[in-house]
Write a protein that binds this ligand. Structure first.
Ligand code: PMP
Length: 393
């Protein structure tokens, strides 16, 4: 069809410079192994940390909800699309997170967008870690507030930006709890101390920490014993929780404000009953099956140690997100292809998702992986790494 020629040209350029990516459909349920192109491979690229995408209790809750309440809600939350189960879930989530209130959005992405774009005006300033997630960056782009960036996890740089922000009404520091490409944890105790010193608010995006860090997976804030000292926690229901959605846990006041001013909340249809029921069951699983989180961390240690013993550089990772640093973009993709031939699905991540020259295979183990699967994956990494000259003979 005519009219898209300039877009096609850009796509061709992406093919030339190696940044074009084809979608890779799974032909099976998400799990420790998946079927791709007719082949069963070990899955090391999902965010399904606890294996909840196919957990019996979540599936059962979703099925029951469909039978009882149907498949959709037919309206946005603020008109006719709030079900009692939405509100029950939010109360349960707030209690779980030890906060005053919780509000669910359609996704983690829209939660960041909605919170940041609505609560800040030109009287306020947002101070953001340079490696924060795209949804935080986009949320900031939508505000009229002052914008400052501090160097990645650099507390001197954060303090400098705070000192330069004292004329604003509200200073909001925003950080990922766990950084999604390197797997490092934000230095939250130091951030909170600086925030208290300079009278700033703190917002943490716990997309990769919910269900992973803290008691029963309560997240980074709980992991550091900072309950009650962080003003806004955002999280996703799409990774460890295994379903779909995003949430903010915060004060009653901000919740009420977002119901009135959070644009994705106001203008996009609410979650289907099956989604909410499954998320509700996920909290029960976090509370009643802590062995899943223990297994996740046991697997993380086994796999990370294994990669390091083989001689791979896993960067600054402290969590189940373990990058295997390669550098060159084309070589990163070749490594990923080679791993696939060896029976492992581990996607390469290159520019623009990570800085130029820092291509990596980003692996995430889950609680579902068996030791045998992880040992098989390590052998595949060893063979592929040697074939490509990434490991010494
Ligand atoms: N924040 C971070 C740090 C993320 O990694 C992601 C997911 N890529 C999101 C927010 C968005 O979450 P969701 O997939 O639920 O929209």
């Amino acid at each position: 069809m005519k009219g898209f020629e300039h877009l096609q040209r850009e796509l061709e350029e992406m093919k030339d410079n190696g940044t074009y990516r084809q979608l890779i459909p799974l032909e099976s349920e998400q799990g420790s192994t998946v079927t791709i192109k007719g082949k069963e491979v070990i899955q090391l690229s999902s965010n399904n940390y606890l294996g909840l995408t196919s957990h019996k209790r979540l599936k059962g809750a979703a099925t029951k909800a469909v039978e009882q309440y149907g498949v959709g809600t037919g309206s946005v939350r603020t008109i006719a699309g709030t079900l009692t189960m939405h509100e029950e879930y939010e109360r349960k989530l707030a209690k779980f997170k030890h906060t005053e209130a919780a509000l669910v959005f359609q996704s983690g992405f829209t939660t960041n967008q909605g919170v940041l774009s609505s609560m800040l005006t030109d009287e306020d300033v947002v101070i953001s870690d340079e490696l924060n997630h795209a949804s935080i960056i986009d949320g900031i782009r939508l505000t009229k507030s002052g914008r400052k960036i501090y160097k990645h996890v650099d507390m001197d740089s954060l303090e400098e930006q705070l000192l330069a922000s004292m004329d604003y009404r509200t200073r909001l520091i925003v950080t990922d709890g766990v950084f999604s490409m390197d797997g490092n944890i934000a230095p939250l105790p130091a951030i909170v101390e600086l925030a208290e010193k300079y009278d700033a608010l703190v917002m943490v995006d716990d997309a990769h920490a919910s269900g992973v860090l803290g008691k029963n997976g309560r997240g980074t804030v709980n992991h550091f014993g900072l309950d009650g000292r962080v003003h806004i926690q955002v999280g996703t229901l799409s990774k460890a929780i295994g379903v779909l959605g995003g949430y903010v846990v915060t004060s009653e006041t901000l919740k009420e404000y977002l119901i009135h001013k959070g644009r994705p909340f106001l203008f996009s249809t609410s979650h289907p009953p099956a989604v909410t029921a499954a998320c509700d069951a996920a909290i029960d699983v976090l509370l009643e099956e802590p062995q899943l989180i223990e297994k996740l961390w046991e697997n993380t240690k086994f796999f990370k140690d294994g990669l390091q013993k083989l001689g791979f550089d896993t960067g600054i990772s402290e969590t189940p997100i373990t990058p295997v640093l390669v550098g060159d973009d084309a070589l990163t993709h070749r490594f990923s292809d080679e791993l696939f031939n060896e029976g492992v699905f581990a996607q390469g991540i290159v520019y623009p998702t990570v800085p130029k020259g820092s291509g990596r295979i980003r692996t995430i183990v889950t609680a579902e992986h068996s030791k045998e699967e992880l040992a098989t994956a390590l052998s595949a990494f060893e063979r592929a790494g040697r074939n490509l000259g990434l490991l010494k003979e």
